[in-house]
Write a protein that binds this ligand. Structure first.
Ligand code: PEP
Ligand code: MN
Length: 355
């Protein structure tokens, strides 16, 4: 079965993290299909684990279970592949869609051998973002599958968040801006959000799925299991099929546009204001940089170093003191200040070394 990624909006993919037993796979898939909200069934058959000792999937044994789930429900099936052998086996079992896991997208050798294995097969492929926020790696994987003849109706992307060192409320932090950049590079490719791997827990799946819907994503992939607490992988993020049903029905998918003329009128008014403010902002920044250059010249003439830590700390301190009054988050202010500081140092550096 060819699985056209544009056949339906939103596209809903669901299934257990792993196919563990025939019974668990079939019971989960049947219950999900019965909700009437699933377009494609998923299950991990080969599980790439970060550390040894975890459940590594049932492998070939599990492929017939997924094929049976497909037969019983009439729904297309998807599995994760990490090498050419996996891809060949999946093709032999009539799997409709493959996805490339985050730990595989990072490896061009693996991606290339999978692309070679599925060349001209007509199978659909979804590419998860790599573990790290590297747009080039993700784009490279797209190019490899396109070169192997997978057309854009059968090629898509999955946003599953990025690994992050440090404390965050997410298992994999979403970094929505990275994904928006990927979307603008590949507007023709479907972008599916995987809230399960972003959240790593159940209670905020809807919140993340809603955010994706608000940002015009094309669908979601959610992990569901008939007995989530006893799941052999990703137990804390899997939900019962009935909870999956509740989550999906609660998501509000926004319209791409509307015919209401008032909408355009007020939107355009605000957009004009934003354009005006943006141009003023950059005008001000340009003036600020020109002053930084003047300071650079003075430092040059007096043979003084560019970086003066105390002065910078006092600028940051003074600006952050205004954060709550201006209703701006400290995080945002720090990001802007850092960008200004880098540009300012670069400009002074140029002046210092020009003469
Ligand atoms: C999965 O989908 O079960 C999986 C292992 O995902 P990821 O590659 O996003 O970690
Ligand atoms: Mn999983």
């Amino acid at each position: 079965m060819k699985c056209d990624l544009y056949a339906k909006r939103p596209l809903i993919i669901a299934g257990p993290c792993s196919a563990e037993t025939q019974e668990q796979t079939l019971e989960t898939c049947k219950a999900l299909a019965a909700t009437g909200r699933v377009d494609i069934l998923r299950a991990g058959v080969w599980k790439p684990r970060t550390k040894p000792g975890g459940f590594e999937g049932m492998g070939l044994l599990a492929l017939p279970w997924m094929a049976e789930a497909r037969h019983l429900t009439g729904l297309p099936i998807a599995v994760e592949v990490a090498n050419a052998k996996h891809a060949q086996s999946a093709l032999e079992f009539g799997v409709d869609m493959l996805w490339i896991g985050a730990r595989t997208t990072v490896n061009p050798f693996s991606v290339q051998e999978i692309a070679d294995a599925v060349k001209d097969s007509g199978i659909s492929v979804l590419i998860k973002n790599p573990m790290n926020p590297d747009i080039e790696l993700w784009s490279g994987a797209v190019a490899r599958f396109r070169n192997a003849g997978i057309d854009d109706r059968h090629l898509g992307l999955i946003h599953r968040g990025f690994s992050y060192f440090g404390h965050t409320q997410y298992r994999n932090t979403p970094m929505w801006h990275v994904v928006l950049e990927m979307r603008s590079r590949f507007p023709e490719l479907a972008m599916i959000c995987d809230p399960s791997h972003i959240c790593g827990r159940r209670d905020n799946l809807l919140e993340v799925a809603q955010r994706a819907a608000d940002m015009s994503f094309d669908g979601v992939m959610i992990e569901s299991h008939v007995s989530p607490d006893t799941a052999l992988s990703d137990a804390s993020q899997q939900v019962l099929p009935e909870d999956f049903d509740r989550i999906i029905s609660a998501i509000r998918w926004r319209n791409e546009s509307t015919n209401n003329p008032e909408f355009f009128e007020s939107l355009n008014k605000h957009r004009d204001s934003i354009d005006q403010i943006d141009s003023e902002l950059f005008e001000l920044l340009s003036r600020r940089m020109n002053i930084a250059e003047k300071i650079g010249r003075i430092k040059h003439d007096n043979d003084v170093a560019i970086l003066q830590g105390e002065r910078w700390s006092s600028i940051v301190e003074k600006s952050l003191a205004l954060a709550s009054k201006l209703c701006l988050s400290e995080d945002f202010m720090r990001t802007i200040l850092e960008a200004i500081h880098i540009e300012s140092i670069n400009r002074q550096n140029e002046v210092m070394n020009r003469q």
